[in-house]
Design a protein around this ligand. Sequence first.
Ligand code: IPM
Ligand code: MG
Length: 369
Amino acid sequence: MTRKLFLLPGDGIGPEAMNEVRKLIAFMNDKQNAGFETDEGLVGGSAYDAHGESISDADMDKAMAADAVLFGAVGGPKWDDVPYEARPEAGLLRLRKDMELFANLRPAICYPALANSSSLKPEVVEGLDILIVRELTGGVYFGEPKEIIDLGNGQKRGIDTQVYDTYEIERISGVAFEMARTRQNKVCSMEKRNVMKSGVLWNEVVTATHGANYSDVELSHMLADAGGMQLVRWPKQFDVIVCDNLFGDMLSDIAAMLTGSLGMLPSASLGAPDPKTGSRKALYEPVHGSAPDIAGQGIANPIAMISSFAMCLRYSFNMVDEANMVEKAIANVLETGKRTGDIMSDGCTQISTSEMGDAISEEYASLLG
Ligand code: IPM
Ligand code: MG
């Protein structure tokens, strides 16, 4: 069988992190007959440099046709002045929108070996395992109007529109409830119903969806600002958090730091399953950005990218054993005290991006036996 992967390494540390995933792909093809077929494209600033837009139509077509897309990171100061429509982030947003990847899963797991790397006390984060389910194709990211208008009196007005329809809230909360059933069976929904109409509707629809189909799951609601506070106060109270696109963006960066470093957090962006084949469009990307300040130095942490590949194995190919083994390999390597700079602590050994990738691939190989 062939499994079609489309790689979009992007900018900054994206390509360096992606190289470490290639090692695992090659190993799995070689030793496990995994049948991965990879093709590669350009996204973000690198696509802009090549053809003046943040992703070409040809690469969009390839992304649509692939079984899964692996995405590195986009952006950097080099492209600060490119036109808004062609800015690096536009490529990522187009992928999300055109592939209809409405469900973004961002698991924040604190590996035992990293409890000391978090800026929070170890007892607050030790054993942490939460999942943020972020709505990804709606809300203020995409709502219209979205523009800057000239008021003609020396003033301008910047407008973004926060908008959600019932079906969008139903389907994302459905994903959150389904995920909760495979975990601790708890969902906390976060919005700002005290200020925003879309928050009032969000709250209502999540509650109704729960009542109709998921009353076995424990549901709570929290205002998003209080949720941010609770995430740093006592994050272990949460199992699954469901929220809109913008709150999900912010809360997942907070959650990432609980795990020790933004360099640890993977994500999966999923579309709806095809009613005939059951397969779904999917893109996997680390939550961290392109980190231009450290790009090209070989010091970036490839773990978020590698664990994004583990999510790909799990959700796109149902290779659950392999996914678990990649995650186990990461945990084991961290146990040995190997660290990239971002998660470095006393008594550990600092290694490079590629050394980390090698260590994880070798550990994977030895787990395979
Ligand atoms: C993320 C990123 C993106 C977002 C950017 C790069 C457009 O911050 O995936 O969290 O805001 O969604
Ligand atoms: Mg973000």
